[in-house]
Design a protein around this ligand. Structure first.
Ligand code: 0L1
Ligand code: MG
Length: 264
């Protein structure tokens, strides 16, 4: 894949985008100033942000796929999914209070997450390959927090911005990889006691395990893979719902309990 930015510019943009996250402020999408930058340039910026966090002592705790539902691809006007990484400080407690001020403009989406037990590498993995390499599956809610003003972005800007990653909540139930048909597993999201979103696992690239396979494929572009023991969030089953201070969220997963939080 081609690139247009030199290393110094990649490092400068990584600092710019990461500072927006750390200082909880909005920025304009970076393709406004670099209209020729490519998806690979954005990938390099994201990996540079990851390097900066690791150098600071933050721990990598997982990976995520983003923009994996056909509805969301259409809603955001992008061409394909993106991926990102999860750090230890992104984790929020199930049933807990979330400090609204630690986010810019958080949105929540219901997801299914896989924990792998074998390396997943390469371009042609199938759903069965992914299930064979899965230790367990857990319900999870992602809290996305794009750094871009008014959520105005394109795929390249989002990829550079770690695919809007900033928070996640994992439920207390888990299942084996073949305990459920993940494509028909239903979720119901309630905000302040009212149902606001519902969906089934197939919203994620027809099957959430297909999202894990696509992650391995995208990582192959940078000669990387999904190591055994990785927690992977597969992407939103529901649309992302904007949160305001005081909002409570409860997501019920068919056969897998619920995940909840309150923004205070
Ligand atoms: O996890 C996601 O699907 C979000 C990807 C980035 C787009 C957004 O912020 O909505
Ligand atoms: Mg997501």
């Amino acid at each position: 894949m081609n690139t247009t930015l030199d290393q110094a510019t990649i490092e400068k943009l990584a600092e710019h985008v990461e500072n927006a996250e750390l200082e909880r402020r909005e920025i304009l999408k970076i393709t406004d100033d670099y209209p020729n930058m490519t998806f690979m340039d954005a990938t390099k910026i994201q990996w540079e942000i990851r390097k900066r966090k690791l150098a600071r002592g933050d721990k990598l705790v997982g990976l995520k796929m983003g923009l994996t539902s056909w509805a969301k691809i259409a809603q955001m006007g992008v061409e394909k999914p993106c991926y990102g990484f999860l750090m230890d400080y992104f984790s929020e407690a199930d049933g807990g209070k979330i400090d609204f001020d630690s986010y810019i403009h958080p949105k929540v989406e219901a997801e299914i997450a896989f924990v792998t037990n074998k390396d997943l590498r390469g371009r042609d993995l199938t759903i069965e390959d992914v299930l064979d390499a899965t230790e367990l599956v857990v319900p999870a809610v992602e809290i996305i927090d794009s750094r871009y003003k008014d959520f105005k972005f394109d795929l390249i800007s989002v990829m550079a911005d770690n695919s809007s990653s900033r928070g996640f909540v994992v439920g207390s139930h888990c299942a084996g990889p073949r305990d459920f048909d993940w494509s028909t597993l239903g979720v119901v999201m309630e905000k302040n006691g009212e149902i606001v979103e519902l969906g089934a696992g197939a919203a994620v690239l027809d099957h959430p395990a297909a999202s894990v396979a696509m992650l391995a494929d995208m990582l192959a572009d940078v000669d990387e893979y999904i190591p055994a023991g990785t927690f992977v969030m597969t992407g939103g089953i529901t649309a992302a719902v904007l949160m305001e201070r005081g909002d409570s969220i409860n997501v019920r997963y068919q056969g897998l309990g619920s995940v909840g939080m309150k923004f205070v």
